[in-house]
Design a protein around this ligand. Structure first.
Ligand code: NDP
Length: 303
């Protein structure tokens, strides 16, 4: 049986390649400290196959795991059951080993990125009600966050701009098809996929802008004009840094968008949902976020 007793050490891990940089062990140990639970949480480098690494981990007593780049698709294929949001996202970032009544073990896969982002936007008082939202980028993160934004936020419109427009269009098509099949209506005026060039004429047409490209990692900006930032009341970069400012949030601030934030709160938020899936305990995200900011600052100072 999976360990649920707080005094027995629960075995968790994060799988990825690379994985050395992952903050997940520190975040989850902080949650476990809040709950008063004993935890081992290791980083597992997937050199060959995710499936064989995962099977080895679970047969050694693993209770659950997180999955990071590039293994989220392999994790999707590995599990026996998927939550709706993992199914739409086509990616799994959390697995829990569960047991059927006859004692057979099975793996449930979830994707907590969207809810993690949403909880952070709420925490930061993002003006989502009736918002015209622009997402820059259409990679794995966007796939995870679009379903949550479409179902939980009362948006006026959602636009995804990407270098490869077909990827943005595919996210919108698969997501809306999924809800149509489930007879869930999306109360939204406009859904659009476009290129960065198409935004040139859009001016200040967006209230909220999310940067879900991987450009900030290299201190690069999406190829959008200053006018696109100009109407925004809230800007968020999914990328995170030790002091909460990225090249993208700096640009937005310089153009007058005071409410500009990085994605550390999303990282802690999505981890909190994984923790809740494993143990049923809801961690205090604000406390762990404060702790993580100081961990990142210490790391930066030690360099
Ligand atoms: P992917 O690699 O799946 O997607 C990368 C995206 O960036 C694509 O849209 C890609 O465009 C775009 N891109 C990359 N290079 C360029 C370029 N030179 N010019 C224009 N566009 C470019 O990454 P993820 O979706 O997994 O991650 C995106 C970001 O979100 C990262 O910064 C990541 O750190 C962050 N993230 C944060 C999380 C959090 O909890 N805070 C969770 C998950 C991700 P194209 O499709 O055309 O290639």
């Amino acid at each position: 049986m999976a360990v649920v007793d707080k005094n027995e050490t629960a075995m968790l891990a994060v799988f990825g390649n690379p994985v050395e940089h992952s903050l997940s062990p520190i975040i989850h140990q902080h949650f476990a400290h809040q709950e008063g639970r004993k935890l081992s949480y290791e980083k597992i480098l997937v050199a060959k196959s995710f499936e064989s690494s995962a099977l080895e981990f679970f047969s050694a007593g693993g209770l659950g795991c997180n999955i990071t780049v590039p293994c989220k698709l392999d994790a999707y294929a590995f599990v026996s059951e998927l939550t709706d949001r993992a199914q739409i996202a086509h990616a799994v970032n959390t697995i829990k080993l569960k047991y059927a009544d006859d004692g057979t073990g099975f793996y449930v896969g979830d994707n907590t990125d969207g809810e993690g982002l949403f909880s952070d936007l709420v925490r930061l008082d993002c003006p989502l009600d009736g918002a015209r939202i622009l997402i820059l980028g259409a990679g794995g993160a966007t796939r995870g966050i679009v379903p949550t934004l479409l179902t939980k936020a009362k948006l006026k419109s959602l636009t995804i701009a990407n270098r490869t427009v077909s990827k943005a269009q595919d996210i919108l098509t698969t997501t809306t098809d999924f809800y149509r099949k489930k007879n869930i209506s999306l109360d939204l005026h406009e859904l659009k996929a476009c290129s960065y060039e198409d935004l040139a004429t859009a001016g200040g047409a967006f209230d909220v802008i999310l940067n879900a490209t991987s450009l900030s990692l290299n201190h690069e900006l999406p190829a959008i004009t200053d006018e696109v930032y100009s109407g925004a009341r809230f800007v968020y970069d999914l990328f995170y840094t030790q002091d909460g400012s990225t090249v993208f949030t700096q640009k937005a601030k310089a153009l007058g968008v005071a409410a500009s934030y990085d994605g550390l709160g999303m990282l802690v938020g999505q981890a909190a949902l994984s923790y809740k899936m494993w143990f049923g305990f809801t961690p205090d995200i604000a406390k762990t976020l404060e702790h993580m900011r100081s961990v990142l600052k210490q790391r930066a100072a030690a360099k």
